[in-house]
Design a protein around this ligand. Structure first.
Ligand SMILES: Cc1ncc(C[n+]2csc(CCOP(=O)(O)OP(=O)(O)O)c2C)c(N)n1
Length: 274
């Protein structure tokens, strides 16, 4: 297990490097929320989810919904690392005609199950998938990554209510709780705390973790899978821009990319010199 965690941590570090390089090249996209979510996305794709890069539409796959779709770079670098498409494609992020648009596009990108980007809808889509899979008698699980600012959308709570009502224990929502959104502190824009208490009140199984502690992420994902009779919310405390001190905890880096001056320092922070 120790080796597995160390392996996942090293993968997440490399994925952070890829995010920084990709966003530097595109000069358009979301840095802070991609870096805060990447440890969880990494654990999902390399530890938890059943999926097959050689057959993205494989019926036996677990489903993934990046509800906070602006963090698409975190998903793209992970899909590339898995082998869904060549890593060179990452350099085409947000280019006209590229299959890597600013937000996930299920029609264009191998491995993307749903289009997301309009906040608040992902949990409803994940619900539908989870319920459909259950009705078909399938074991597949559904994972959705949401932002804490995103929780300000009312539709999230309709979805939370429905998931508990239908006892969708094949559904797991991971809340990337970095405390910041575009305009600043989530607590000042529209306070959503306590996130855990809210999900509990809606009937969910809730697990609180440090969203950058790989062992805690892995344990929480395993516990979520074992829990029966209710969906699970993993409420993960994270740091926006995690891993690069220039970007950490700064709302100003929500939708801003590393510039030429910042790139070398950002890569140095991540233990990368090339
Ligand atoms: C319905 C909708 N309204 C507004 C936006 C614009 N928008 C993009 S990201 C964002 C802030 C999201 O904050 P959070 O969910 O905390 O994201 P994170 O900090 O994890 O990146 C907003 C308002 C959107 N994508 N969709």
């Amino acid at each position: 297990m120790k080796e597995k965690i160390a392996d996942l941590e090293e993968k997440a570090r490399r994925l952070r490097v890829a995010i920084v390089k990709t966003l530097h090249k595109s000069q358009s996209g979301h840095t802070g929320g991609s870096l805060s979510a990447i440890d969880m996305v990494c654990a999902l794709y390399f530890h938890k989810m059943r999926h097959n890069p050689a057959d993205p539409a494989w019926d036996g796959r677990d489903r993934f919904v990046l509800s906070k779709g602006h963090a698409a770079p975190a998903l793209y670098v992970t899909l590339a690392e898995c082998g869904y498409f060549p890593a060179e494609d990452l350099m085409m992020l947000r280019r006209l005609g590229s299959h890597l648009q600013g937000h996930p596009d299920s029609k264009g990108t191998p491995g993307v199950d749903v289009c997301t980007g309009s906040l608040g809808q992902g949990l409803s889509m994940a619900n539908g998938m989870a319920l459909g899979l259950k009705l078909d008698g399938k074991e597949n699980r559904v994972y959705a990554v949401l932002g804490d600012g995103e929780l300000q959308e009312g539709q999230i709570w309709e979805a939370a209510m429905a998931a508990a009502h239908y006892k969708s224990d094949n559904l797991c929502a991971l809340i990337d709780s970095n405390g910041l959104q575009i305009d600043g502190d989530v607590s000042k824009v529209m306070n959503v705390s306590s996130i855990s208490d809210k999900f509990k009140a809606f009937g969910w199984n809730v697990i609180e973790i440090d969203g950058h502690d790989m062992r805690q992420i892995v344990d929480a994902l395993d516990q979520a899978e074992a829990h029966k009779g209710a969906p699970t919310a993993i409420v993960a405390k994270t740091v926006k821009g995690k891993g690069v001190h220039l970007f950490e905890n700064k709302a100003s880096y929500h939708g801003v990319t590393p510039n030429d001056d910042e790139l070398p320092e950002a890569l140095r922070c991540l233990g990368c010199c090339d």
